[in-house]
Design a protein around this ligand. Structure first.
Ligand code: ADP
Ligand code: F6P
Length: 467
């Protein structure tokens, strides 16, 4: 494979973010770090396998970065000004669409100037793709930040095959209808040949909206557009590189890391683990409250049990994320001041991102994994735990509001809003017989190793290329 950047490519991924973020420290030193979130975790192995090009923002405002070759594919950084980061990314993407699409768990904010910036930046991504795509190329647009790209790109390059995949939930019509720009956003997606969602419910929500557009009809998983095209609308539940995670978790390096981690945590009998971006959709408040109460009530003994919670800082300048960060710090402080000792902290909370090997070690030592979002498109953490943890005496507590709950049916299901119910389920997951737990783990392992990221990408691209 060529090591130089190609002029035109047959396969393109466009996502708001590149798989790596450019970081510049106070002394002006530049470094590249893996970007956070499920989208990158899922798509990196696909790109390594297929080659082509990835178009995305490199994570630093007001910086122009030249294209470069990385891990078998080309990277084309798209520049964003500081004002665009504020209005398109933090504003419209993450303070308007993100909460709206996650059932309005916090109030979405609507600003007309954010919408202007959203259109402008989507156009820039589309232009960059139009420039890089070879005649008849396949272009795969990712996620809500680029909702308008399919239609812009079709106008510029009608020869392309355009797919769109939404990594997050798609809300019911009653919530979606609040959006002042709902028509434009639905039209934006109808520019694609194929629109994929995480669940059948999300696909159905979109089809209901699409057929309200004048001149658009919908039947059997297709929308028929005014200009005579058929857009296939379907669910494609995303997954992970399960074998890659498993091999990493069982490697010598990670085994050594595992032993050290256990030691650092004070060699407790039981380790409970949670790992998320620090996001209000992840149900962190509810989860920490539930575990905290179990410690306070003496149902969990801090001499025997440690709850390790990792939270990657995320979208730190968006108001609701600031509020969440302060709330969680306060909650953790309150719990640790009431239970445990300095030597035996009940709750070990780290507000940081860790390298993949360290994360794999954490999954390996976790006897119980807590994944309790109040709403989540899929949640890859749940699948990563199943792929990494090789001990059968393990348990996954999973929110019924995560897309993953449709597949990991053997998990201990919870409604994160029901704190007492969650506490009871956590205790059940900790005390069920090894036989019951082993049966559940084996069944979920089968699911995660059958339906891998390669299966997901092949399903999507086969459907798209057949269009
Ligand atoms: P989202 O896409 O909303 O962030 P997912 O659970 O689907 O949620 O994906 C999160 C991804 O980010 C997973 O691959 C997970 O391993 C990774 N991740 C989350 N928190 C951390 C962390 N603190 N350190 C390293 N990786 C993390
Ligand atoms: O997986 C959902 C998602 O919003 C991705 O689109 C995104 O890259 C990831 O979470 C992390 O969020 P952000 O790019 O805003 O840091």
């Amino acid at each position: 494979m060529s090591e130089t950047v190609q002029d035109k490519v047959d396969f393109l991924v466009i996502a708001n973010r590149l798989p790596v973020d450019r970081k510049i420290d106070d002394e002006g030193n530049v470094s590249w770090q893996s970007s956070p979130g499920g989208l990158v975790t899922a798509l990196e192995p696909v790109m390594q396998r297929k080659g082509g090009a990835w178009i995305g923002w490199h994570g630093a405002p007001d910086e122009v970065v030249e294209p470069f070759h990385h891990d078998g594919y080309d990277i084309h950084p798209v520049p964003l000004s500081a004002q665009e980061v504020e209005e398109y990314y933090e504003g419209f993407s993450n303070a308007t669409l993100w909460p709206l699409y996650h059932d309005c768990v916090v109030e979405p904010v609507f600003h007309r100037e954010w919408w202007d910036a959203f259109q402008k930046v989507n156009k820039r991504f589309a232009e960059q793709a139009a420039e890089q795509a070879a005649e008849g190329a396949t272009v795969w647009v990712q996620d809500y930040q680029l909702n308008l790209v399919p239609t812009y790109l079709r106008e510029m390059r009608p020869d392309l095959r355009i797919g769109f995949f939404l990594h997050i939930p798609f809300p019911p019509i009653e919530l979606y209808s609040r959006l002042p720009w709902r028509e434009e956003l639905v039209e934006g997606l109808l520019g694609a040949d194929l629109v994929g969602f995480q669940t059948p419910g999300a696909a159905a929500n979109f089809l209901r909206l699409a057929k309200r557009r004048p001149g658009v009809t919908a039947s059997r998983g297709r929308a028929h557009t005014r200009d005579g095209r058929d857009v296939v609308v379907r669910d494609f539940p995303i997954s992970i590189d399960s074998r890659g995670f498993h091999e990493l978790a069982t490697s010598e390096k990670v085994q050594a890391e595992t032993a050290k981690l256990r030691e650092d945590l004070g060699n407790p009998e039981t380790i409970i683990f949670g790992v998320d971006r620090l996001d209000y959709t992840k149900g962190l408040r509810q989860r920490i409250r539930a575990v905290g109460e179990l410690f306070k009530e003496g149902k969990l003994d801090p001499h025997e049990v440690v709850f390790l919670q990792l939270a990657t800082p995320s979208r730190e300048r968006v108001e609701e994320y600031k509020i969440l960060r302060d709330d969680i710090n306060q909650l953790v402080g309150q719990i640790n001041s009431k239970v445990g000792t300095i030597a035996n902290r009940a709750l070990v909370y780290r507000n940081e991102s860790v390298p993949r090997e360290v994360l794999a070690a954490m999954y390996q030592v976790a006897d119980l994994m807590l994944v309790t979002p109040v709403r989540d498109g899929m949640n890859l953490v749940a699948k990563e735990y199943i792929a990494c943890r090789s001990n059968d005496d393990s348990a996954l507590v999973l929110s019924e509001f995560a897309g993953a709950a449709r597949e990991l049916k053997q998990a201990y299901m919870v409604n994160p809003y029901d704190i007492d119910g969650m506490k009871a389920t956590i205790m059940k997951a900790l005390t069920d017989s090894p036989k019951v737990k082993a049966r559940k783990m084996r069944s979920m392992r089968r699911q995660v190793f059958d339906k891998t990221i390669d299966v997901w990408a092949d399903d999507f691209l086969t459907e798209l290329e057949g269009r």
